[in-house]
Design a protein around this ligand. Structure first.
Ligand SMILES: NC(=O)C1=CN([C@@H]2O[C@H](COP(=O)(O)OP(=O)(O)OC[C@H]3O[C@@H](n4cnc5c(N)ncnc54)[C@H](OP(=O)(O)O)[C@@H]3O)[C@@H](O)[C@H]2O)C=CC1
Ligand SMILES: O=C(O)CCC(=O)C(=O)O
Ligand SMILES: [Mg+2]
Length: 790
């Protein structure tokens, strides 16, 4: 087996070198019996060991149970991981943070004893605050309302007596149910687990692979009509104010709405604001938004392009569904003016998308007449999610998510697909200007310079500020739709008004905060990354934006104190985009040091351009209290992949993110707990990852070709071979030598067993809450491989 080369390994050195976590006796976390156990089907011995450990202590590594494609992949990969880890005495437990799991954990009183589920997210949320944490976190669904209601309906049909989602809660009981569901909605997992800042980048081996095996890129032409459209004024960018809380101002604040009659309504009480916290407030005018959207539709028509809206209605769960709803209303224009009230009275909500609105119209007595009026509207082409099925950009708020959707358009040379399935230029509507300039500048750059040359391009890594719910714009429980004309203000513990805005009914007002310790930690992390790489390093901060100006007040003195001012630049997002694209075009690397939103956007944008996907990213969260959270890739849960598996039993999900995270997690275990065997497993996992790249064993997209399951076979084989070949631990070498030999000897049988199941539809017994036995049967179809893994 090849020696470990510069793969994911370099990361471990980076992670541990600067801030090696201290070994401490942390609090013990009782672990509940491993749920959905049959999903993972560990061997009897390994299972017994796990259960024993579960009773006594936290497993060495916790692997998350999630949703959609990554969860399907886990049904195949996790048994391999557990079996290999058990041989080294390393326990791998699970925690269920899936959408279905979180719903069930939230309504115990509605369930039988057998149905009840522990609140694993809450437990993990505590664990990540301790030095003990070693968590492999796969992407989970951040549910929009249509996804949440679909998951509820599926669970109810499976016999779980959970309540309906009250769309319009009237009674106290309904309000209470709605409040509980709202804690599950949107980005409810990541902010809880991300008790550290983010370090996302492509491992050297992954980058080399991409350069040597370039993915397809669409062609850009200078006369492309693709563009970004944003509001000219009265958006969040225009109205932002920000301040850093002083000692005299610290304490429990509140947010109030003051009506025109001076009546005060408390929107948020008991809101702790610590000294040093950067606290913003801003709003987007609903009137300005509506008129902008109307103009954007007309402008698209005049350009002869297709209309596309790019939002983050999942993560920005309060603000962005409202903005999305305005776009649906603007699209329906006079039809909404005429029938909107009737549609809403029948339960249809524009915020849930055109799909929900059309379904409501179907049930109205005058439904056909309304649909005829919609069909008669003079509208430009619409960017489609699925033109075969008639699913438009505005159908479901979670179908088009900006971090993945804009890079897809840019990678395709500025193209989208219209209703007839034709490729064409598109007007990318991103109402707020805080970050839309990144995409606008990227488009300008590629129009002027042509598509990125993947074979020579350098890389943009990211150091992202996200710890302790930093900059969760529009997601915080501090975002409100103004109930009437009046003002919204933040009142501090000392009675002072920190910020106040005059608003009109329907305006979207938001506050976000960033605490001092995470900011300081983020600057340190940036200095570490710059020191370790020597790369260009840019703080993407706009001195003309109130929030960024407050952050710059932290950054500048910290760099000066460290004597490093000359190694870093501070640039507004537009200028930083142009500079970074210039740098990577010249084959050099850049580090983007950004806030939370740009962390999210850039760690899809650059990887999708450079590597073809963000699934292969290293995604490390160095937890502020010493633990490690290893995210698997930088992308999401790929709903389209589930659809393909169900229709033709082919899973194109690439587990490269899981492979990299596993190596990191094992190496972290070795370093933090002095567990030498874990170190041997980790080094071998890195060799296996390298093997997958060297031999091109990643899944194919097409049915009939090797898929996710075959890549797991190869991963197991390379891992076993590396363990058998190493000389650091004779016991492990002796254990894995026969396993490696058997995996090699039975290659043909295993690969044909994995191949022959493809091409037919499969039944998983559910989507959000699939049947674990059925899922395991689908995802582990090789009896020969299963026999070897045990
Ligand atoms: N960390 C987290 O928990 C995250 C969760 N999410 C959640 O994921 C869901 C889907 O989000 P969406 O914005 O559609 O983005 P996704 O990243 O899930 O999907 C966009 C596309 O990226 C490609 N892709 C992503 N991951 C992989 C992979 N491992 N292997 C191969 N291809 C991959 C697929 O392309 P193709 O179809 O061409 O194969 C996919 O359709 C949402 O519910 C969202 O909230 C999103 C981001 C992060
Ligand atoms: O938390 C979410 O909803 C999405 C997170 C995400 O897209 C990311 O971390 O890249
Ligand atoms: Mg993202």
């Amino acid at each position: 087996m090849a020696v470990v080369r510069a793969g994911c390994r370099s990361v471990r050195a980076d992670l541990t070198q600067n801030d090696r976590p201290r070994v401490q006796a942390g609090p013990q976390h009782p672990v509940h019996p491993v749920q959905r156990q049959s999903l993972t089907q560990v061997s009897d011995i390994a299972e017994k060991r796990l259960w024993n450990m579960a009773e006594n202590s936290t497993p060495d590594i916790l692997y998350t149970i999630v949703d959609e494609a990554p969860e399907l992949a886990s049904a195949s990969l996790l048994p391999i991981i557990r079996s290999f880890a058990a041989a080294a005495g390393v326990s791998v437990g699970t925690k269920d943070i899936s959408l279905a799991g979180r719903i069930l954990a939230t309504f115990p009183e509605a369930l039988s004893d057998a149905q009840r589920q522990s609140n694993d997210l809450a437990e993990l949320g505590q664990l990540v605050k301790t030095p003990e944490a070693n968590v492999i976190k796969l992407p989970n669904i951040s549910a929009s309302v249509p996804q949440l209601t679909a998951a509820i309906a599926e669970l109810q049909a499976q016999g779980f007596g959970i309540p309906d989602y009250p769309a319009d809660p009237a009674t106290d009981a309904e309000k209470e149910i709605r409040a509980r569901y709202d804690t599950i909605k949107g980005s409810a997992v990541n902010p809880v687990l991300r008790e550290g800042n983010s370090d996302r980048r492509a491992a050297r081996a992954v980058k080399n692979f991409a350069q040597n095996n370039p993915h397809s890129m669409g062609k850009w032409s200078a006369d492309s009509k693709t563009k970004v459209s944003s509001m000219p004024a009265d958006d969040f960018y225009a109205n932002e104010v920000s301040a850093t809380i002083s000692a005299a101002q610290a304490g429990t604040a509140k947010i109030e709405f003051v009506g025109k009659d001076s009546a005060v309504t408390v929107l948020k009480d008991s809101w702790p604001l610590e000294e040093g916290t950067v606290a913003d407030a801003t709003f987007m005018s609903a009137k300005a938004l509506s008129s902008f959207l109307k103009d954007a539709i007309e402008d698209t028509k005049a350009d002869g392009t297709m209309f596309s809206l790019h939002m983050k209605a999942t993560m920005m769960k309060v603000s962005d569904p409202i903005i999305f709803g305005h776009a649906v209303k603007a699209w329906l224009g006079p039809v909404w003016d005429k029938f909107g009230a009737e549609i809403e009275a029948a339960g249809g909500s524009a915020n849930s998308g055109l799909g929900a609105v059309l379904a409501t119209i179907d049930g109205l007595p005058n439904g056909d007449a309304i649909k005829a009026e919609i069909a008669a509207l003079d509208r430009p082409s619409m960017y489609m999610v699925d033109s075969d099925k008639g699913i438009t950009n505005l159908h479901v708020p979670s179908d088009v998510i900006i971090d993945a959707s804009m890079p897809a358009v840019i990678r395709a040379g500025g193209k989208g697909w219209d209703e007839a399935g034709n490729k064409g230029d598109t007007n990318c509507v991103i109402p707020d200007r805080c970050y839309s300039t990144v995409y606008d500048e990227s488009i300008n750059f590629f129009k002027a310079n042509g598509a990125l040359d993947v074979t020579t391009a350098g890389s943009v890594a990211n150091v992202g500020l996200m710890a302790q719910k930093a900059e969760e714009y529009g997601s915080h429980p501090t975002t409100f739709e103004a109930p009437a004309d009046g003002s919204i203000r933040i009142v501090l513990a000392n009675g002072e008004t920190l910020h106040a805005h005059e608003v009109e009914a329907g305006d979207i007002w938001r506050s976000c905060t960033v605490k001092k310790a995470p900011i300081e930690n983020w600057i340190e992390l940036a200095m570490d990354r710059q020191r370790l790489t020597g790369s260009e390093a840019i703080f993407w901060l706009d001195e003309n934006r109130a929030h960024d100006a407050e952050l710059i007040k932290y950054v500048t003195p910290a760099l000066e104190a460290a004597g490093k001012s000359d190694l870093f630049q501070i640039m507004a997002p537009r200028e930083a985009t142009a500079q970074s694209l210039k740098t990577i075009t010249a084959g050099k690397d850049s580090i983007a040091i950004t806030g939370n939103v740009l962390r999210d956007y850039l760690t899809d944008l650059f990887p999708i351009l450079e590597l073809g996907t963000s699934a292969k990213m290293l995604s490390i969260v160095k937890l502020m209290n010493g633990g490690g959270l290893f995210e698997t890739g930088a992308g999401g849960s790929a709903p389209k992949h589930v659809q393909q598996l169900v229709e033709e039993n082919h899973l194109r999900w690439d587990s490269m993110g899981e492979f990299c995270a596993l190596g990191e997690s094992l190496n972290f275990l070795a370093d933090s707990k002095g567990n030498a065997k874990a170190g041997v497993l980790g080094a071998a996992a890195e060799a296996a990852t390298q093997g997958i790249l060297d031999h091109n064993r990643s899944p194919s997209r097409k049915v009939g070709e090797p898929d996710n399951r075959a890549s797991h076979y190869w991963f197991a084989r390379y891992w076993a071979e590396a363990l058998a070949a190493q000389g650091d631990d004779a016991e492990l070498a002796a254990h894995f030598a026969p396993i490696a030999a058997e995996l090699a000897a039975k290659e043909e049988a295993i690969l044909s067993e994995l191949a022959e199941v493809q091409g037919k539809a499969v039944d998983l017994g559910g989507y959000f809450h699939a049947d674990p036995v059925k899922t395991a049967a689908v995802m582990r179809p090789s009896a020969t491989l299963n026999g070897i893994i045990g």
